[in-house]
Design a protein around this ligand. Structure first.
Ligand code: AMP
Ligand code: GLY
Length: 427
């Protein structure tokens, strides 16, 4: 198979790494890729949202399967376009991707199909009066969510009515998150432990990957600003088999059935962000793509040919009912540029990558924001590298040590990482 992977993060490097273990790969292309993907395939300088150029490239190179990493091209309908042209592609259509691209759509969908989630109300510009009343009667903390895509920044947890009113009003005016915030979801605050489950689905059948836990905040002990994710581990011990079974029965299956019943079957990967509450698992959010950095821990745990799996899903012929997984665990520590998730410098020389013997150490270094400059590798983004360590059985302590040992040997000016990734797996 000739495969095209779209995107340029740690997620895409991990996808390419796993694909390289597939039997049936002829050529691997990544648009646009990074310094890490360049060692596995050919990087092609096309933007993930330049759908006409991607389509032309897929035709020219006789691509058999296109795998979409980020949400932006999905939101713009890349799957619809490729399918209309008879090209095989892994991902949801633009309508199905609304589970991520509109939080109001996702919440209304869950309510209609009785899928457990936080209680909520939707407000649009012009409904300031009703909003004020709602905020007066609400209990706090309370969660405000911009309806549209906001790069992972569109969620605010507010402690008082005053804070809620200020922020919610700014959102409705379009001052806080632009158009994305002009429709607002106000949601009950849930307490519990978070976990992410990825379901790979052809619209009807699905398999799940190892449940993972992300570390969204920038500072240790889950303090500071929200980020795209500073580290992850899997399988999370907080989601034993019986809870995962419950998530499949009460959440994933009803979502897929509901989407089919609504005439917009969901295909590709459904990212289910969950809060494990005292009343059982509840949906925090859906994403229509693989999570990052979670992908860097869940893909190495798959004991199956990824190219075959994603091809079958794209063809609607998934036969597996359970995906074989290695009896192992994985911990990923993200190394970021100081300043991230705010502004940061790029172009810093990365050293120490040669000191890591991936095979021997059981460590994988996935590139996110990196680029080649001759023989050197330079930083080019906020999240720069993801160092994933693999461990036996459920020995997370060993994987955490392994990951941090490798992290300590990688250097660049302003390198920053959390020091507590994986600790929650030890509780
Ligand atoms: P989201 O982008 O919807 O996943 O929200 C980002 C983060 O905000 C989540 O990972 C949670 O930590 C937090 N969050 C979102 N919704 C809620 C909620 N209803 N209750 C508590 N925390 C939430
Ligand atoms: N790590 C969270 C996400 O990919 O949305």
């Amino acid at each position: 198979m000739n495969i095209l992977v779209i995107g340029n993060g740690g997620r895409e490097h991990a996808i390419c790494w796993k694909l390289k273990h597939s039997k049936d790969i002829t050529n691997l292309f990544i648009a646009p890729g990074n310094a890490g993907t360049a060692s596995l395939g050919r990087n092609v300088a096309i933007k993930p949202t330049d759908i006409p150029a991607l389509l032309a490239f897929a035709r020219k190179e006789s691509i058999d399967l296109t795998i979409v990493g980020p949400e932006a091209p999905l939101a713009e309908g890349i799957v619809d376009t490729f399918r209309a042209e008879g090209l095989r592609i892994f991902g949801p259509t633009r309508s199905a991707a609304q589970l991520e691209t509109s939080k109001a759509f996702a919440k209304d969908f869950m309510k209609r199909h009785h899928i457990p989630t936080a209680s909520y109300e939707v407000f649009r510009a012009g409904e300031e009066e009703r909003l004020a009343q709602h905020l007066r009667a609400a209990s706090y903390p309370l969660v405000l969510k911009a309806d549209g895509l906001a790069g992972g920044k569109g969620v605010l947890i507010v402690e008082t009515e005053k804070e809620a009113l200020q922020n919610a009003t700014a959102m409705l005016r379009g001052d806080a998150f632009g158009e994305a915030g002009a429709t607002l979801v106000v949601e009950e605050f849930l307490r519990g432990i978070e976990a992410s489950v990825f379901a790979l689905t052809d619209g009807t059948r699905f398999v799940t990957l190892a449940p993972a836990q992300d570390h969204k905040r920038i500072l240790d002990n889950d303090l500071g600003k929200n980020t795209g994710g500073m580290g992850a581990f899997a399988p999370t011990p907080h989601m034993p088999t019986e809870i995962l079974a419950d998530v499949k029965i009460r959440i994933i299956k009803p979502v897929l059935d509901g989407m089919r019943a609504d005439g917009i079957p969901y295909t590709g990967v459904l990212y289910v962000g969950l809060m494990l509450t005292e009343d059982g698992p509840k949906v925090l959010e859906f994403n229509c793509r693989f999570g990052d950095p979670e992908t860097q821990v869940v893909l190495p745990l798959i004991d199956y040919d990824l190219a075959v799996l994603l091809r079958d899903i794209a063809d609607g012929t998934l036969q597996l009912s359970r995906l074989p997984l290695h009896d192992a665990n994985a911990v990923c520590v993200v190394i970021a540029s100081s300043g991230y998730p705010g502004s940061y410098d790029t172009g810093k020389v990365i050293s120490g990558l040669d000191s890591i013997d991936e095979e021997k150490e059981g460590v994988l270094v996935f590139h996110a924001g990196t680029r080649h400059d001759g023989d050197r590798i330079l930083t080019s983004g906020g999240r720069v590298l993801g160092v994933t360590a693999l461990g036996e059985d459920r020995d997370f302590a060993a994987s955490i040590r392994l990951a941090y040992n490798a992290v300590s040997r990688i250097r660049f000016d302003g390198a920053y990482y959390r020091t507590d990734i994986g600790r929650k797996a030890l509780d």
